[in-house]
Design a protein around this ligand. Structure first.
Ligand code: HEM
Length: 383
């Protein structure tokens, strides 16, 4: 089913078509289930550094792709080569230089959201916002509507059934364009990268561009949606940050810890390109979320405590594969919260489409299938 929202005339809002079936935050990479799990902050930090024992040389999403996501599914030393080629795109000063553009995107989409009724936070606010921000970083504003139409999971872009066709059609097209040199954007820069004097291959391009589109999507969507969920339940935290906006970056870290948008990733005890004999029990899950709720590191981990000063959360992972998009996330979340809080709106939400974790983490959202703001007040600041 497609949704086309009508926006009041005179509004600067964009119209996006989104496949409604996919308003859900899913893990970026789907892995086979592993029986072995590394838990706990200290053990995770040791394991995540030990890339020989716990290798990332594995093929995720094997139902929808047959190439590695790069640098995610590559071990050192090759991992380091890719990572250093990509890092300049994601360093803090580069990302901070986009903060004003992120702010005007947040401002426009938040006003659009609160000037209409019946819109969904995930589909109509946060997904377009995250994609517009990526359009700025990658210098591909012309692709934003297409990325939004895929929904929050690139692998279920045209139906609920996982399928790589939509993403791969896009990657084929941008690779061709990049080689023709018609554009000056991130895809053109990636296609021109060289390792030991040899231009990267089409498969490497797919692996890099694919993860750059998938990595900063469902994860950031969950963080921003979860932040609004928290402020609806705890308006006193919103008031406090509104009065002290300098505390927002620290609050973002605490929301990252609590929401743990990417709860776990797999490693393999047998590097998959090293042999044909791959034991089925080779996977080990790195439970980032267990580190984030480790009582030996975080006092009262089940509380969102905006005053938490030391916050060595593992939401971005740890070790060589630590998220390359951490500054993107921090800057876009900070700007989004600053803009929302400055609007001085108190919100009430419906929790009916939130899936929570189980057991001890039963009050921690796992997935926001959708989130509706059912009431807000006062509408001041909206003009
Ligand atoms: C809330 C936001 C985000 C969270 C929670 C998150 C989480 C993570 C985690 C846990 C890893 C490590 C995976 C592992 O060790 O196997 C990772 C890696 C990665 N992330 Fe993110 N991520 C976020 C946003 C982003 C953004 C915005 C981008 C890009 C625009 C991005 C791109 C990547 C890439 C390319 C890697 C692979 C890095 C490597 O292997 O060296 N992520 N992310």
């Amino acid at each position: 089913m497609n949704l086309e929202q009508s926006i009041p005339s005179g509004s600067a809002a964009l119209l996006y078509k989104v496949n409604q079936l996919k308003y859900r935050a899913t893990m970026t990479v789907s892995h086979s289930k592993s029986e072995k799990v590394i838990h706990g902050h200290a053990d995770l930090r040791i394991a995540l550094r030990d890339t020989q024992k716990y290798s990332s040389d594995l093929q995720g999403d094997s139902d929808v792709r047959d190439y590695r996501q790069i640098p995610l599914e590559v071990d050192p030393p090759k991992h380091h080569v890719y990572r250093s080629l990509l890092a300049p795109q994601f360093v803090k000063p580069v990302i901070e230089s986009h903060a004003d553009e992120f702010a005007s995107i947040s401002d426009r989409l938040l006003h659009q959201y609160f000037q209409n009724t019946g819109l969904d936070v995930v589909a109509d606010l946060v997904l377009p916002l995250v994609m517009e921000n990526l359009g700025v970083i990658y210098r591909r504003p012309q692709d934003v509507a297409e990325w939004v139409s895929w929904g929050s999971d690139v692998w279920t872009a045209e139906s609920e059934v996982r399928d790589g066709a939509v993403l791969h059609r896009y990657l084929d097209r941008i690779y061709k364009e990049a080689l023709e040199g018609r554009t000056k954007d991130v895809w053109q820069e990636i296609a021109s990268l060289e390792i030991d004097g040899i231009q990267i291959s089409e498969s490497e391009f797919r692996g890099i561009a694919g993860v750059l589109l998938a990595g900063g999507r469902d994860t950031v969507i969950k963080l921003l949606t979860g932040s609004l969920w928290h402020f609806a339940k705890h308006p006193e935290d919103a008031d406090r940050l509104r009065a002290n906006p300098d505390l927002i970056p620290r609050a973002v870290q605490e929301l990252l810890r609590f929401l743990s948008p990417l709860p776990a990733m797999n490693r393999t005890t047998v590097p998959e390109s090293s042999t044909e004999e791959l034991p089925p029990d080779r996977y080990v899950s790195m439970s980032f979320i267990s580190g984030n709720f480790d009582e030996t590191v975080f006092a009262n981990p089940l509380e969102i405590d905006l005053d938490r000063e030391r916050n060595p959360h593992l939401s971005f992972g740890f070790g060589p594969h630590t998220c390359i998009g951490n500054h993107v996330t921090e800057v876009e979340a900070r700007v989004f919260l600053e803009t929302f809080l400055a609007m001085n709106i108190k919100i009430e939400i419906s929790e009916s489409e939130i899936i929570f974790h189980q057991g001890r983490l039963k009050n921690v959202p796992d997935r926001f299938v959708s989130l509706k703001v059912v009431a807000w007040s006062p509408p001041s600041g909206l003009n």
